[in-house]
Design a protein around this ligand. Structure first.
Ligand code: PGA
Length: 264
């Protein structure tokens, strides 16, 4: 029987200056080298572009396979090269060791006007460069309160994923990001079940199992409860990934919540 992998992903956003970022990567690496999490738990660190090279070196020193401890970028451009001042392409981040890329985060949708169509182009570019896309979807508070969450999620899935999507999906309700508020277990279970039901329609097959993660105000306090929800394949962590101990606590909690206990 194959174990479905679980994920803990740290999104540093535009935080952690150079030395701080390197130190953070080294601290996390050191602990994971000494006490590696179970192989089914995949940890991914997503620093800013400027830190990719240094973080990659720190992670490599653990000797852990990249599936177990990998690195991702926080965005990429749809084209692979060309006259696009200030942009960074998928092959460029791949050159620096990134195996993943976060796409369609609500901060990019909001601050950079990224539409589902742009995100889908980026998914194609990442996939062509051998990078696994981590696509974020999620409704705003007003949409949730007006009972429109299901149609928002459906539109985002339909618009931002490619038909043959091979990647990770992160459900990040916009109202939960950075707010200290997380959905109840019940709400999460319902939303993730809905997302899982929508996926085969977009992918036109139910043979592909897309991991579905939750993100938004995850800390080591809620991580055990969130990770124990059956429909949750992992967590995408923002601010709590900026401090080595709090991120390691989340990894430990995820490992514990997802490791099958031997029967007595
Ligand atoms: P947060 O961010 O954990 O700080 O709420 C999550 C995210 O934006 O991915």
């Amino acid at each position: 029987m194959t174990t479905v992998p679980k994920f803990v992903i740290g999104n540093w956003k535009m935080q952690a200056r150079h030395e701080h970022g390197l130190q953070l990567a080294r601290d996390i690496s050191r602990r994971l080298k000494d006490a590696p999490p179970p192989p089914h738990l995949h940890t991914i660190i997503c620093p800013p572009f400027t830190q990719l090279d240094g973080v990659h070196q720190a992670l490599k020193e653990t000797g852990l396979p990249h599936e177990q401890l990998g690195m991702g970028a926080q965005d990429c451009y749809p084209a692979s090269s060309g006259p696009f001042t200030g942009d960074i392409s998928a092959p460029m981040i791949r050159d620096l060791g990134a195996r993943y890329v976060i796409l369609g985060h609500s901060e990019r949708r909001q601050n950079h006007g990224e539409t589902d169509a742009i995100i889908r182009q980026k998914v194609k570019a990442a996939t062509a460069a051998g990078i696994t896309p981590i696509v974020c979807i999620g409704e705003h508070l007003a949409e949730r309160n007006e009972g429109r969450a299901a149609s928002v999620l459906s539109t985002q899935i339909e618009g931002s994923l490619t038909r043959g999507f091979r990647g990770i999906l992160a459900y990040e309700p916009v109202w939960a990001i950075g707010s200290g508020i997380t959905p109840s277990r019940d709400e999460l279970q319902r939303k993730l079940t809905l997302i899982r039901a929508l996926l085969p329609m977009r992918l036109m097959t139910d043979d592909i199992r897309v991991p579905v993660l939750y993100g938004g105000s995850v800390t080591s306090v809620q991580a055990p409860s969130i990770m124990s929800i059956e429909a949750v394949d992992g967590v995408l962590v923002g601010s709590a990934s900026l401090e080595a101990q709090s991120f390691l606590d989340i990894i430990d909690a995820a490992a514990e919540a997802t490791t099958p206990q031997p029967s007595p």
